[in-house]
Ligand binder design. Sequence first.
Ligand code: CUA
Length: 480
Amino acid sequence: MNNIEDILVTRLVETYFMSYTYSVVKLFTHQTTILLYLVKHILSGLTRCIQFFSAFTGVLFLGGCNLDTRMSTFVTKGPVAETQYDLFMLTVWVTLGIFIAVGGAFAFAIIKFRERPNDDRPMPSQGHGNPLVEIGLIGASILLLVIIAVPTLQGIWYTHDTPEDPESFMGAWYSGEELAEEEAENPLIIKVIGYQWWWAFEYPQLGITTANEMVIPAGKVVHLELRSFDVIHSFWLPRIAGKVDLIPGRTNSMWIQAGDNFLRWKEKQGVAGPEEESPALRADYAAYLEDEIHNYYYGQCAEYCGDSHARMHFRATVVDNEEFAEWVIDERTGHGTPDGKTWDDWYADYADNPDSLTGDLNEGLKLFMGRAKCATCHVVKGNPRALGVAGPNLTNVGSRMSIAAGWLNHRIEEDGSIDLKKQYDNFYKWIKETDVVKPGNRMWKAGGGGIGELIDENGDPALLTEDEIHKLSLYLQSLK
Ligand code: CUA
């Protein structure tokens, strides 16, 4: 319930009760007939109040039940989430049947055998254990359990074992540069590593790493290897797949697929026979991916993992094959220097004559490499000295729709673009008060290395100034 609705309901209820409290007080000063009249009026008033309140909250409640939210498990995209959804619904129907049968028998017995006034029927016989009924019930229970268990086991196997058909292999769809033969015969692999409180996504076959916003191709199998750097986390991308934990010292795996592959989609369309490979059908399939699957998906750590667990979000962008290949090239290329010098020249100036590197972006980069110590923990592809691995990889961080593991958002939901003003504000906020945005995080306090612990030559606290934060924000925003 949002604030306005909340206040409205509270006020309405208050008004009702206050007016009737007043009426009750007046009752004592009037005659009995008036009293009775008022009691009746109060009751009908209260009834109306309750009816109104129920209807109002009912509508609000149903509003909260909207199934098409961005982290809904009811709007499924792709075979893994669909399998899990089907299993859930099967269980719901079976248990609903049991509820109706048992509850119905119970209600029937209560009504039919209740005691009535002047009831002279004898006490019913108090028998126990009718073998026929009991064996029947045991048999029915076993049958129902089997009905649930068989598809459950099938579902567990299906969602556990990454498909190994040729259409799932990277070689079948990846349109970037040539893959090594052994990689061509594997599905796309992403190593997901959970940190307190952010996510690393490594693409070992492609030699790239990103953070907090993964990019995956639509309709393609993606094999995930899940590890944790510190404590137990849980990977949950509700529309695409259920949760799997990331456990220290162990590798879990799962597979995900945003949208159906061609075969599964065709089966659902009921297409078989000679037309099955026709260009028109391929075009329909491409349209299905374009309309229903290409999108931006929201995920979240689903296992309590410390201070900022609730702020450990992540996101997945689902794109087509070409966009995926372009994204890979972008990630690999990384970034040059602000004014187009080679990195060698830039570092020569940085060492010998840093004052010659002027402008906000150069100033920001100098801070990034120097006083703010960003490069000790962050990689920026292209920059040969930004090689730290303790924090998220910042290559193309300016192209991401959020920072701070999805917590500070600058995506415009209507058109999927970036709100640049918001993005700048988010960078600024994050650098200035990292500890407020994400309590307990290591960037702020890292045992003498965090930006909340910067000191000057005399050992006095020397946090970044507003101007420094401004330049760093601009530099980070330029990484795209
Ligand atoms: Cu990571 Cu909760």
